[in-house]
Design a protein around this ligand. Structure first.
Ligand code: 7PJ
Length: 261
């Protein structure tokens, strides 16, 4: 899954068109690099990020989705927590809702169910503004698993069938480095929930903390994390660097497909 950011430069007057065009060009590049899914988001959920008004989020994302749909039928996911964005994106032809709030925002559950689309339920402790202040768990693996099981139940009660759900432990969303590593190590435990497992580790601060490197120098660390996650059972890896990750994962794939001696 290749990441497309549509966060515009607010200082630029003609920003909207330029940034739609930039995002579409980036989409073409990620498709050329072999991305299987494009994840389009119009609201930064990085630690400390401010919320974006719904109209703005729609203005950022929908034109990009429409433009991609004009030349490609690649699966597209919309990275949003807002019901109106989910509905507009479904109308524009997305294939998956990727919600870091796991359908906990008001109206999101109903909107997602109404679209009939698959949904990725992600775990987050707290909210993006404060989640990294002091994450606390008694047992991070058990608590994240329990949360995801509960959200699966809630989604199913709202009419979203089990075979339309994906799960994600939410690396970096209200977790310390140690908690992130405990979750990574425990990925096989999440497989028992019986759903495809999506994992996002690309360029995240846990990699920066281990390497003591800024975000633009986390490629090798991100690739290594993607390899580990795939070895441990992740089905979809959300990344910024598609070519590099695909090559690394081709090795894992070859190993997994090898007939047992
Ligand atoms: C994730 C995401 C993730 C899912 C972001 C970043 C922050 N969606 N959206 N999983 N991360 N499902 O890329 O650093 O880990 S935005």
């Amino acid at each position: 899954m290749g990441v497309i950011n549509t966060t515009p430069d607010s200082f630029s007057d003609g920003g909207q068109f330029i940034n739609t065009q930039d995002a579409v060009n980036h989409a073409r590049r990620l498709i050329d690099e072999g991305s299987d899914i494009l994840d389009i988001g119009g609201e930064s959920t990085r630690p400390g990020a401010a919320e974006v008004p719904v109209e703005e989020e729609i203005k950022r994302t929908i034109p990009v989705i429409q433009a991609i749909r004009n030349f490609s039928d690649i699966p597209i996911s919309i990275d949003t927590s807002k019901p109106d964005v989910m509905l507009a994106a479904a109308e524009a032809g997305v294939d998956l809702i990727n919600d870091v709030w796991a359908l906990r925002r008001e109206g999101a559950l109903e909107a997602a169910a109404k679209t009939g689309l698959p949904v990725c339920l992600m775990h987050m402790q707290g909210d993006p503004q404060t989640m990294q202040d002091q994450p606390e768990y008694r047992n991070v693996v058990l608590e994240v698993r329990h949360f995801l099981q509960e959200r699966i139940n809630v989604a199913q009660s709202a009419g979203i069938s089990h075979d339309k759900l994906l799960i994600d432990p939410g690396f970096g969303f209200g977790k310390t480095l140690q908690q992130n590593l405990q979750l990574l190590n425990a990925l096989p435990d999440f497989k028992s929930l019986g759903l495809p497992l999506l994992v996002g580790l690309s360029r995240k601060s846990m990699i920066g903390l281990i390497l003591d490197k800024p975000v633009e120098q986390r490629l090798y660390g991100s690739i290594s994390a993607a390899v580990i996650a795939t070895m441990l059972g992740a089905d979809i890896i959300r990344v910024h660097d598609v070519t590099e990750t695909r090559e690394a994962l081709a090795i894992v794939q070859a190993l997994k497909e090898m007939p047992q001696a």
